[in-house]
Design a protein. Structure first.
Length: 389
C-alpha cells in the first residue's frame, strides 16, 4: 500500500504554477532542468531535493544543499561549476545523482521554493545562454507526478531520503518479521523494526498490558489504557500501525499447538519470558529454515546494586548448532526468566543489539564478525562476541 499524495502546499504550488517539470520520487522533489556539459552541449539533467514535510504537507525550513543528476554541470564555456562536488548517491532503484551542489546565501534560504528556483537559475541560465529555447519550465502548468514507491509506511520516510539511504533501505522489502513476546525487550524490538521498510510485522503475545509493563516499554500509556488491561499484542499494534501499515497482532501465547502462526515469516525475534517453551519454537523455525534471534537477560541485585548480563543469540541458516548451544535452559529450581529484574534501559539495549545484529545479517550494516552469540556485561560495560568463524 502506498503513502498518501503530498498536499500541494505553497512551495510546491508555486513551482507547479511556474511550470516546472516536477516528480516526487523516494522522498525527493525531482526537477528536470537543462544544463551545459563539458563539451558545451545542452542536455537535460535534474535537481533532487530531499522533501521536508510535516505529515503530508510541505513545510518551510531546509539546509542549503541540493543534488544534481547528469554529467558535470558547466558554465557556457564548458568550465565545471565550482559549487558542484562529485557525490554518487542512489535516490531510488533507477535514479542516481552524481553531484552535490552547495551555494549558501547570507541568511540561508527562507523556503523550499526559493532554494529550488535559485539552484535552477544557477545551473540552467548557462544552458539558456547557449540555447535560448532551453528553459527549466518548458511546459507551463506541467502535470505533477508522484512515483508510487509502494511504501509500507503510513506517511513518508523523509529521514531516509534526507540521509541518502533510500536504496540501502529498499533491502528490507520482502521481509516478513514476527516478534514473539512484547513485555520488555520485544516491545523495543518492535519500536525499531517498525521504522524499517519490511513488508509486515506480526506481534505474538497472549499477556495483558499492565502497569509494570508501562515502565519497561517504549511510550507513555494513559491511566485509562492501563485500567482496561488491553492484550499486549493488540495494544502495541494499535500504536505502531499509525506508522507502519503492515503491523498485525495475535493475542495468543505461542506454543506447540499454534506454531503455524509463524508460517510465512522470514525472520523471527524471540523475546518471550517462557524459557521452557522456546525449544519447540526453535525446532519449528529450524525445520522451516527460518532464521531467528533469541534475546534474554539475567539481572540481579547484589549489595544494593544491579549487575548481570544481556544476551543476543543468533541462529542463521548453516549456523544452527552453535546458536542452539548458547541458548540457556531454565533450571528446575529457579526459572531465571520468571524472577528476572528488568529495567527499560536494559530492555532497550538488549533490543537494539538484537536489531543491529539482524540488520547486519541482511547486509544493511557492515559485518566483520558474523558472531552467533553476544553478551553485554553490565558491571564491566563490555560487549563480548563468541563463536567467531
Amino acid at each position: 500500500m502506498s503513502t498518501a499524495l503530498l498536499a500541494r502546499g505553497p512551495d510546491l504550488g508555486r513551482l507547479l504554477d511556474d511550470g516546472y517539470d516536477i516528480t516526487l520520487a523516494a522522498g525527493h522533489i525531482i526537477v528536470r532542468i537543462p544544463y551545459v556539459t563539458e563539451n558545451r552541449t545542452v542536455e537535460r539533467g535534474f535537481l533532487a531535493h530531499p522533501v521536508t514535510v510535516a505529515g503530508d504537507r510541505f513545510v518551510s525550513g531546509t539546509d542549503h544543499r541540493i543534488w544534481f543528476g547528469g554529467s558535470t554541470p558547466c558554465d557556457e564555456h564548458g568550465r565545471p561549476l565550482t559549487l558542484a562536488t562529485p557525490e554518487l548517491r542512489a535516490i531510488a532503484d533507477n535514479i542516481q545523482v552524481s553531484f552535490m551542489l552547495s551555494s549558501k546565501p547570507s541568511g540561508g534560504y527562507p523556503d523550499q521554493y526559493t532554494k529550488i528556483t535559485a539552484y535552477t537559475r544557477i545551473v540552467a541560465d548557462y544552458a539558456h545562454a547557449l540555447d535560448p529555447t532551453a528553459t527549466p519550465t518548458p511546459t507551463p502548468g506541467a502535470a505533477w507526478q508522484e512515483i508510487d514507491d509502494d511504501s509500507p509506511f503510513a506517511y513518508r520516510d523523509t529521514a531516509t531520503s534526507r540521509a541518502g539511504l533510500t536504496a540501502v533501505n529498499r533491502r528490507f522489502r520482502g521481509h516478513r518479521i514476527a516478534i514473539v513476546g512484547l513485555g520488555g525487550s520485544g516491545s523495543y524490538i518492535l519500536d525499531q523494526v517498525a521504522k524499517t521498510e519490511v513488508d509486515s510485522i506480526l506481534l505474538i503475545d497472549g499477556d495483558t498490558f499492565d502497569n509494570h509493563n508501562a515502565f519497561r516499554a517504549p511510550g507513555a500509556p494513559t491511566l485509562d489504557t492501563l485500567r482496561t488491561r488491553p492484550p499486549k499484542a493488540i495494544h502495541f499494534a494499535s500504536i505502531y500501525a499509525n506508522m507502519h501499515q503492515g503491523v498485525t497482532a495475535c493475542a495468543q501465547y505461542l506454543d506447540e499447538d499454534n506454531l503455524d502462526l509463524l508460517e510465512g515469516a522470514t525472520f523471527v525475534f524471540l523475546a518471550s519470558d517462557d524459557a521452557a517453551g522456546k525449544p519447540p519454537v526453535m525446532d519449528w523455525l529450524e525445520a522451516h529454515d527460518v532464521p531467528f534471534i533469541d534475546v534474554g537477560m539475567g539481572i540481579e541485585e547484589i549489595d544494593g546494586r544491579l549487575s548481570g548480563l544481556l544476551r543476543i543469540t543468533t541462529s542463521l541458516l548453516g549456523r544452527r548448532d552453535t546458536a542452539r548451544r548458547r541458548i540457556p535452559r531454565p533450571a528446575p529450581e529457579r526459572d531465571a526468566y520468571a524472577s528476572n529484574i528488568q529495567t527499560a534501559d536494559l530492555n532497550a539495549l538488549n533490543a537494539v543489539l538484537a536489531v543491529i545484529r539482524w540488520k547486519r545479517s541482511l547486509g544493511i550494516y557492515a559485518d566483520a564478525t558474523d558472531e552467533a552469540h553476544t553478551t553485554y556485561s553490565l558491571i564491566t560495560n563490555e560487549i563480548a562476541n563468541e563463536d567467531l568463524p
